[in-house]
Ligand binder design. Sequence first.
Ligand code: FAD
Ligand code: GLY
Length: 374
Amino acid sequence: MRYQYDAIVVGGGVIGGAIAYNLAKRGIKVLLLEKDRLASKSSGAAAGMLAAQAELDGVGPLFQLARKSRAMFTRLADEIKGTSGIDIELINKGMLKVAINEQEQQEYKRFIAIQRQSGDQADWLTGEEVREKEPALSQDIIGAMLLDKDGHVEAPQLTLGLLKSAAVLGVVIKEYVEVYDFQFTKERVTGVVTSEGDFTSENVIVAGGAWSKKLLSKTGIQLETHPVKGECFSIVTHRPLLTSTIFSHGCYLVPKKGGRIIVGATVKPRTFNPKVTIEGISFLMENAKKLMPSILEAELEQTWAGIRPQTADGYPYLGEHPVYKGLFIATGHFRNGILLSPITGEIISDLVEGKSTSVNLAPFRVDRLVKQLV
Ligand code: FAD
Ligand code: GLY
């Protein structure tokens, strides 16, 4: 059989974009299908933190994957700028994970010891040292874990940068085309059935974020995933209020270019409803005010929400379908899909090419958490 494409990627978010870009760099002929607009779902809503140390526990395979991925951003930023002209606004001014009570202080000091054992930088700052570095922060902060390597990017720019770079390298991108089903010959995928007809390929990669489970149910499996809504808002001030990203249990503050700060995010499980609620935004505002009282003087810019793809054990699915050859799955990146996008693109491209991967994929296998529907 003669196939139209070497690989078909389903999903125009950061994960589909990273995979399509990596495949295209290897000379593979790719079609990418997106049922809506590119970067219109979780990837367009993300705050863009590369919070390997602030958000993960400092041990285990997911942390190691995240560290590896974080290290890929400097090169990726240059590549995307060079190929598409898009600036992903990579900023490496560190992160402060702040403590407001004794329990958090003890917990973060323990984290510092663990992270140093893994060879990562992590330092404790007292409350006074925190305010010396970031004068806008509240007197209620008793100290913070300083993480120099946890930077951030503009998530929508990263997503579009990957996708537009992929297009420059020859990837065919079709928006507003929904994949309904797959085609198979015996136990091999041979194409997809879409709202605009059928397309053939012996490699199909499902990177449909929180909607992957629904699509994959057509193949007789049910992934153990669920949607988790996150709401955010942004503010602008003439004079920038912060330099570092501020991370706490109640909210985070991510300083972007031009005096803009993203405040996020709520965590509301098991809903695909993307509406921004007063409950969500007032929760974030209360928490942000406690961290940085001068936020009250800032201008509110906008609000938005996205749906994160979460798995039952918190690890993404990265691998081949348990039954069908050539059908690959890359989803479930939950709160760290932006951070994990470069390494995911590399891993899935290696699998498509039949190469061994630089990472042990056993903890991320698809069949670890999957129900057979038939
Ligand atoms: P998505 O971005 O949802 O993309 C999947 C795409 O697939 C969608 O565009 C969808 O329309 C398309 N699709 C689905 N089914 C089909 C189909 N059948 N046919 C065609 N197309 C289909 N991560 C970080 O690393 N750092 C952060 O700071 C961060 N902050 C976040 C803040 C918020 C408020 C939210 C909501 C998330 C945040 N995340 C963050 C998490 C991150 O956004 C996600 O992990 C990541 O975007 C997931 O990417 P994705 O490509 O898998 O999913
Ligand atoms: N990683 C930040 C969030 O998901 O809100």
